[in-house]
Structure formats: structure tokens, C-alpha cells
Design a protein around this ligand. Structure first.
Ligand SMILES: Nc1nc2c(c(=O)[nH]1)N[C@H]1C(S)=C(S)[C@@H](COP(=O)(O)O)O[C@H]1N2
Ligand SMILES: [Mo]
Length: 371
């Protein structure tokens, strides 16, 4: 290594490449297994509940969960503002508050279904959850600070730190100013009515309804209003729709429309294949989109589609329940569900590949044996 290392922030460790590896057709690696053991998805039976209990809500942490002493923690709001702010947890709890039901989904959900497989957190289809997040509206704090005319983005930095792509960093993401001023973005100190659990961002996290999960920065330590687009790793390198490693790609933003079905019957322990008794069964699930309201869900049984009944969601960015009765006849069946949103977007029937495995909202297929 050079003796003239410019500083720890952009130092690349010897032997660490910019990417975890090229997409692979090989078996799952030990590194993917290690990530899968640290981060978990929502068991599909979590689709039964409107609100996902914290232990069932999916989890994605890039680095270590920081240990934060809330008595000495504070949030700093600075940069291109009229007056910088510094607030502790008590001050935040005294500020006006809102409570927002939000479906969060990891942008990498569905990654393991791609061929070749982008090598990272190996999600299947369940990196999703819906919680009620309560705290201070971000817009309120930004208005208190007074955003300058020349501001373009707001950068959110978490207390967690590590290396990714050989780059030493604190987890950080930005939002355009206009987006940051939305009334429903919350600096949450409560999840489903309780303090945030450590793994979900204690004591304070950002929640950006409608955006894939990477925008909702946990363990928030600083908010900085900036006059140039933020170029941090999680903004400029990760979370891009790329065709190859050299493609600058387009930024990943809002959640694409998706639906999931609660698998009927009982699973086989190892294969998760379902076994179901013949006769009437109510097929149920949830559907969501961060771009527009869910407009319809169709359920496919052995390739034959019929519309499901939709219920109202708890909020504009919370999933909605759907159901469809089925009379299961003995034999092997394939069950599918497919949602469309009010923008006209519909889930693809086949995977659409990209280099980082982002936004794969392909339909779910469940094999069942009816006895
Ligand atoms: N500080 C910090 N915030 C973070 C992350 C992280 O690793 N560090 N992961 C992001 C990603 S990629 C996702 S999908 C969501 C996951 O939120 P959850 O674990 O509460 O479900 O948090 C986001 N916020
Ligand atoms: Mo994510």
C-alpha cells in the first residue's frame, strides 16, 4: 500500500475488490451464508398480520449494530440552513409527532432468483415488513432549521461504520430537498408503539414511505443540508440499476409493485414445499407499491388468472390485504399472484436481470401438493 494514503475514508484495503464478486452461477458462498445469518427476511406467515412484530420484520444491516447510549446521544441538523440544531432524545420526544404505517422492502429482495446471481445478501422473496413508525416529521425539523435557497439534497448519516467495496464509511444516504420536505417522512423513535429495537435503529431512524429500505437510515446521528448532490458510497455506487460493473446506472428509489401469498397448507421442513387437503381454501396475501396505490391483484392457479378481492390499506404506503377463494382438487398445483398499481405498473412474470440484483419484483410461485 502507498505510504501516502489520503485518509481512512477512501482507503481501499489490499485484497478487497470494489464488488463482492461478479454475479455467479455457482453455489451459495460462505460469505452469503454469513450475511443471511445476520440479516433475516419476514417468514411468509407474517403476511397474516397488518402490522409486523419487530422480530418478524425483515432486517438488513450492512455493518455492526452500533451500541448507542441514548443519554449521551444527540441528533445534529446542519449545513445549508439558517440555524444548526442539536437535539437530544428528550427534545425530540417533546416535538410534534406523527405515526405512519409503512411497508418497507429491501431493494435487493428477489436477488437470489436472478441468473447469474448477484453475490450479496441472498434474499429470496420475503425482505419486507410493515410497521407503524412514530416520531417527529422530518419537515418540521427542516423548517425549524430553515433550509437555504441553494440547497439541493439532505444527507442522513447513521452511527454504524464499516467497509464496503473497500471504502471505509458510515452508512449514509441522501434525499432531494423536495422529497425531504414531504409531510409523511418521519424521524422515528417508536416502532409499533415501543422504543425502536437496537437492530431497527435505536434510538432514532429515518423512515421514507414509498422508497426501498436503503433510504430509511437507522441509528441516525446527523442530518446535513447540502448544495451539491451527495456522492457517498451507498448513493453513488450501491443501489443503482446497472447492467455491468462499469455502468453508472440509474438510482434505485421507490418500491416497485409486488404481491406475496401466504403459502396455504403446511410445509415440508427441508424443501418448504406445501401440502394441502383437498377442498375449499381461502388464498390470502398482501400487495404494495411505493409508486401508486395497488389497483388489482390477480391470482394464477396453474396459469389461469382470476382477480382477488382487495382490502383498504392502513395508509397510502402500507400493504393491502387480498383474498381469493379456491377449491383445491387433488394433484400438483402452481399458485401465483400478480399485482398492478394505479400507475399501470404490473409485476413481471419473468425476472429482469441487473448487476446488483435490485428491484426484482417478479411474481412468486408456490408449488403445492393437494391430497
Ligand atoms: N444506518 C443504517 N441504516 C440502514 C441500513 C444500514 O445498514 N445502516 N440498511 C438499510 C437498508 S439496505 C434497508 S433495506 C433498511 C432495513 O431496515 P430494517 O432492518 O429496519 O428492516 O435499513 C436501511 N437503513
Ligand atoms: Mo436494503
Amino acid at each position: 500500500m502507498s505510504r501516502h494514503t489520503p485518509g481512512v475514508l477512501h482507503r481501499r484495503l489490499p485484497g478487497v475488490s470494489a464488488h463482492p464478486g461478479e454475479p455467479s452461477d455457482g453455489p451459495l458462498t460462505v460469505e452469503e451464508l454469513q450475511l443471511a445469518a445476520r440479516n433475516h427476511s419476514m417468514p411468509l406467515e407474517g403476511l397474516r398480520q397488518d402490522t409486523t412484530p419487530p422480530g418478524l420484520h425483515y432486517l438488513l444491516n450492512h455493518f455492526d449494530i452500533p451500541f448507542i447510549d441514548a443519554d449521551h446521544w444527540h441528533l445534529r441538523v446542519s449545513g445549508a440552513v439558517q440555524r444548526s440544531l442539536e437535539l437530544n432524545l428528550r427534545a425530540l420526544r417533546r416535538a410534534p409527532s406523527i405515526s405512519v404505517p409503512v411497508t418497507l422492502e429491501c431493494a435487493g429482495n428477489g436477488r437470489s432468483l436472478l441468473r447469474p446471481r448477484p453475490v450479496s445478501q441472498p434474499w429470496v422473496l420475503e425482505a419486507v415488513g410493515t410497521a407503524t413508525w412514530a416520531g417527529v416529521p422530518l419537515a418540521y425539523l427542516l423548517e425549524q432549521a430553515g433550509v437555504n435557497e441553494n440547497a439541493v439534497e439532505v444527507v442522513f448519516t447513521g452511527a454504524d461504520e464499516g467497509l464496503q467495496g473497500g471504502v471505509r464509511q458510515q452508512y449514509a444516504r441522501s434525499l432531494p430537498v423536495a422529497e425531504a420536505l414531504r409531510r409523511d417522512i418521519v424521524l422515528a423513535y417508536r416502532m409499533n408503539g415501543a422504543d425502536l429495537p437496537p437492530q431497527h435503529g435505536y434510538p432514532l431512524r429515518l423512515v421514507v414511505p414509498g422508497w426501498y429500505g436503503m433510504a430509511s437510515v437507522k441509528w441516525l446521528s446527523a442530518i446535513k443540508v447540502v448544495t451539491k448532490p451527495f456522492e457517498g458510497y451507498q448513493q453513488a455506487v450501491a443501489y443503482r440499476y446497472q447492467q455491468n460493473a462499469d455502468d453508472a446506472g440509474a438510482p434505485v428509489t421507490r418500491i416497485r409493485v409486488r404481491s406475496l401469498m401466504l403459502p396455504p397448507g403446511v410445509p415440508d421442513f427441508f424443501t418448504r414445499r406445501r401440502v394441502l387437503a383437498a377442498g375449499p381454501v381461502m388464498l390470502t396475501g398482501r400487495a404494495w407499491s411505493g409508486r401508486a396505490a395497488v389497483a388489482r391483484v390477480d391470482v394464477g392457479i396453474d396459469g389461469k388468472w382470476a382477480p382477488a378481492h382487495l382490502e383498504h390499506p392502513a395508509g397510502p404506503f402500507a400493504w393491502c390485504a387480498w383474498s381469493m377463494p379456491w377449491v383445491a382438487d387433488p394433484g400438483e398445483h402452481e399458485l401465483t399472484c400478480r399485482a398492478a398499481d394505479a400507475s399501470g405498473a404490473v409485476q413481471p412474470l419473468a425476472t429482469v436481470w441487473n448487476y446488483q440484483g435490485m428491484g426484482n419484483n417478479v411474481v412468486q410461485r408456490i408449488r403445492v401438493t393437494v391430497e
